[in-house]
Design a protein around this ligand. Structure first.
Ligand code: NAI
Length: 335
C-alpha cells in the first residue's frame, strides 16, 4: 500500500483530479490518499495558501499528486507551486512531449523530453520596486553552478538510461553572458562524461523557431527555469494542447506529479476540461513508485481513447466531443 498526498487544486483541479482518481482506482493499485488543501481553498479555510500541515504531509509521504493551483497575476500571494518546488528542493521538472495518434496537430511522431531547472533563476522571487512611486522594478535571477550541474547531470543520465541519442542545451548565453553562460558552460562540461550521447546547444529564440519548423531534430532538452516554463507550453501546443501534457517535479527525497497546465479558470465548473494531462501525470507517478504495469496500461488506454476519437473532450475535437466524465469512462473501458 502506498500513501500519497493529494492536492485537488483550484479551478478545473477538483474535476480532473476526481477523473484521475477514478482511473487509478480502476487499475487496482492500492493507494491511501491523504487529502490536503492548498491555494485558494486553503486561503478560505486557513488564511494561508500553503499551511504547515500540508508541508508536513508531503514531508511524511514523499509523494504528491497535485491539481493546478491559481496564482494571482501581478499582485497577491506568491505561487504555491513554486513554493512547494523550493521547499522540497524539487530541482528537476521533467516534461515529456509525445504525439498522439488521432490528434489534428501540425506535427506527428514528436517525442521530446524537456528538463527544466526548477528552483532558481527568475523564479527565486527576489524582486522589488526600486522606489515608493514604482518608477521601476528589478528582478534578480540567480543561476548557480550547483543547480546547473545537477539538472544537467540528471538530463544526461536520463538520456543514457532511456536510450536517448541527443541532448540539446537551451540558453541565451549571447546576451545573458554570466547566468545563461554559466548554465551552458556547466552543461557542456557535464556532456564530456557522456561521449555516447550527442550534445548540442541552441539559443532560445532560434530554438523556438526550430521547434515549430522541425521538432524531430530534438530529443532531450535541458534548460533554465523560465525558458523551460515557456517552451513546455509551446511543446504542448505542438502535440495537441495543454490538455495532454503531464509533468513531474523530482527532488532527492520527494516527487510531485501534476499537469503542465494551470487551473484554467475560463472553463472551470463547465465539465469540459480534458483530464488526460493529469491522468498521464498519475501514470508517471505509478512508474515512479514501481507500478510499471499499471502505468503502461493507463498510458495505452489514454492513447487508445484519443486514437478512437469518439469519446474525447472539446479541446481535441471541436465537432464531436464528450464531457470530462465521458472521456474518463472511455479511458477506463480501454484499460
Ligand atoms: P492555463 O494552463 O490554466 O490555461 C491556458 C488555456 O488552456 C486556457 O484557455 C484553458 O482553458 C486551457 N486549458 C488548460 N488546461 C486545460 C485542460 N485540461 N483541458 C482543456 N483546456 C485546458 O493557464 P492560465 O490561464 O495562464 O493560468 C491560470 C492559472 O493557473 C493562473 O493562476 C496560473 O498561475 C496557474 N497555473 C498553475 C500551474 C500549476 O499549478 N502548476 C501551471 C500554470 C499556471
Amino acid at each position: 500500500m502506498h500513501t500519497i498526498t493529494l492536492i485537488p487544486g483550484d479551478g478545473i483541479g477538483p474535476e480532473i483530479m476526481s477523473a484521475a482518481l477514478e482511473v487509478i482506482k480502476a487499475t487496482g493499485v492500492k493507494i491511501e490518499w491523504e487529502y490536503q488543501e492548498a491555494g485558494l481553498a486553503a486561503i478560505e479555510k486557513y488564511k494561508d495558501p500553503l499551511p504547515k500541515h500540508v508541508l508536513e504531509s508531503i514531508q511524511r509521504n514523499k509523494l504528491v499528486l497535485k491539481g493546478p493551483l491559481t496564482t494571482p497575476v501581478g499582485t497577491g500571494f506568491r505561487s504555491v507551486n513554486v513554493a512547494i518546488r523550493k521547499e522540497f528542493d524539487l530541482y528537476v521538472n521533467l516534461r515529456p512531449v509525445k504525439s498522439f495518434q488521432g490528434i489534428p496537430s501540425i506535427w506527428h511522431d514528436v517525442d521530446l523530453i524537456i528538463f527544466r531547472e526548477n528552483t532558481e533563476e527568475f523564479y527565486s522571487g527576489i524582486e522589488h520596486y526600486i522606489d515608493a512611486s514604482k518608477s521601476a522594478a528589478e528582478a534578480i535571477g540567480i543561476v548557480t553552478r550547483y543547480s546547473s550541474e545537477r539538472i544537467s547531470r540528471y538530463a544526461f543520465e536520463y538520456a543514457r538510461t532511456h536510450k536517448r541519442k541527443k541532448v540539446t542545451i537551451v540558453h541565451k548565453a549571447n546576451i545573458l553572458k554570466y547566468t545563461s553562460g554559466l548554465f551552458l558552460e556547466v552543461g557542456q562540461q557535464i556532456s564530456r562524461d557522456y561521449p555516447d550521447i550527442e550534445t548540442n546547444d541552441k539559443i532560445i529564440d532560434n530554438f523556438s523557431m526550430q521547434l515549430v519548423m522541425n521538432p524531430h531534430q530534438f530529443d532531450v532538452v535541458v534548460t533554465t527555469n523560465m525558458f523551460g516554463d515557456i517552451i513546455s507550453d509551446l511543446c504542448a501546443g505542438l502535440v495537441g494542447g495543454l490538455g495532454l501534457a503531464p509533468g513531474a517535479n523530482i527532488g532527492k527525497d520527494v516527487a510531485m506529479f501534476e499537469a503542465v497546465h494551470g487551473s484554467a479558470p475560463d472553463i472551470a465548473g463547465k465539465k469540459i476540461a480534458n483530464p488526460s494531462a493529469l491522468i498521464l501525470a498519475a501514470a508517471m507517478m505509478m512508474r515512479h513508485i514501481g507500478e510499471f504495469e499499471s502505468a503502461n496500461k493507463i498510458e495505452k488506454a489514454v492513447a487508445k481513447t484519443i486514437a478512437e476519437g469518439k469519446s474525447v473532450t472539446k479541446d481535441i475535437n471541436h465537432a464531436n466531443f464528450v464531457d470530462t466524465q465521458g472521456m474518463v469512462d472511455a479511458i477506463i473501458s480501454n484499460l
